[in-house]
Design a protein around this ligand. Structure first.
Ligand SMILES: [Zn+2]
Ligand SMILES: [Zn+2]
Length: 358
């Protein structure tokens, strides 16, 4: 048991750049586990976390600070690391094991958490990379060994992206109705999460996929990862063109953008009794004429990340079948500010995964 020095890339003002900080990590207690971070994916939601909140529409912003998040914040919630220290009560884990950390922790005590849905905790979120220090660091501390899933035979860089992009895509796909080869599913927004959804849909369902993204490189990548058609939503008459190309038979639309325009497109695209799933956090407001709900028998639902069970299931699935591999862009942890900037500018195809120097 010894005190360790941890180097974290953190921001200490909302919207501020990340700076390298040094802190002391007390010896692991109880069920705590310390990981030496080997890989950490960058997620689009990091941009919102760094900004301090989400655009709620009508000029309103949510505030992480009002919701209890304290500065400085060390982001990074797609973590793979090597177990380097364990508290005295940890069971079933070995030093040196390579594991994925499930980051969406709740209070662990309420009925929702007890049911295994910690990501939907009704009391106090303790997400790694938001309220708890995350993976933009050389070391990170996980509160309990139960949040760790062995990487197994997977590529650790890819496995890291499962902790958010993977389970978010999986959680959204779970909310679709049962689809057959006659059905279409629209994937709106083909960044890291949307591209993962295209890959998972093509590996696990018979439905045909239409990918929708303004970036031609992302549309091309989506076609390579299982989409049958791809369209630019900014083209004139996009709604009509896409609907026609899919024979008016889009059973579900997954909106990984979550903007006013993308949600309107999703609602316009699905057939009667279709399912719209809003996942992205771009922001804005959603408006729709109320009679359309009954007349079109529409279902509109939200989906937030996924549960620990989703992560375990996805890791098992990825070891059983070869999933189409979304492009990864490996970079050193020191380049985190540039990587966030590239993501903000839409210059990333697939997922950036950071690697601390060893
Ligand atoms: Zn994320
Ligand atoms: Zn809870």
């Amino acid at each position: 048991m010894k005190y360790q020095c941890v180097h974290r890339w953190a921001f200490s003002s909302w919207g501020g750049r990340l700076e390298q900080t040094e802190a002391t990590l007390a010896p692991a207690q109880g069920h705590e586990v310390t990981l030496r971070v080997t890989h950490c994916g960058i997620c689009h939601s990091d941009l919102h976390i760094q900004a301090g909140g989400f655009d709620m529409g009508g000029g309103k912003l949510s505030s992480l600070e009002r919701a209890g998040t304290r500065l400085p914040v060390t982001m990074g919630h797609e973590i793979v690391g090597e177990v380097v220290e364990m508290g005295p009560d940890v069971l079933g884990l070995e030093l040196g094991a390579l594991v994925i950390a499930y980051p969406w922790l709740g209070c662990g005590e309420c009925a929702t958490c007890q049911r295994g849905d910690e990501h939907l905790c009704v009391r106090a979120a303790r997400n790694m990379g938001i309220q708890l220090p995350g993976g933009y660091a050389d070391l990170t501390r996980v509160p309990h060994e139960r949040y760790l899933v062995p990487v197994g035979t997977l590529d650790p860089a890819r496995a890291a992206t499962f902790a958010c992009a993977g389970i978010t895509a999986m959680g959204a796909i779970r909310k679709l109705p049962v689809v057959t080869s006659a059905d279409w599913v629209a994937v709106i927004g083909c960044g890291g999460v949307g591209m993962t959804a295209v890959a998972l849909l093509s590996a696990t369902t018979a439905a045909r996929i239409v990918a929708i993204d303004p970036d031609p490189a992302k549309r091309e990548a989506a076609l390579q990862h299982g989409a049958s058609l791809a369209f630019d939503p900014k083209e004139a008459d996009a709604l009509k063109t896409i609907g026609k190309a899919c024979g008016g038979n889009i059973a579900g639309a997954l909106d990984f953008v979550g903007a006013e325009s993308s949600s309107a497109l999703a609602v316009g695209l699905v057939r009667r009794a279709g399912q719209v799933v809003i996942v992205g956090l771009f922001g804005g407001e959603f408006r729709m004429a109320l009679p359309m709900f009954p007349l079109r028998s529409l279902s509109i639902t939200g989906s937030y990340v996924g549960g620990l069970h989703d992560l375990r299931e996805l890791v098992a699935l990825a070891q059983r079948v070869t999933l189409p591999q979304i492009p990864l862009d490996l970079r050193p942890l020191e380049s985190v500010n540039q990587a966030l900037e590239d993501l903000a500018q839409g210059r990333v195809v697939g997922r950036v995964v950071l690697q601390p120097a060893t």
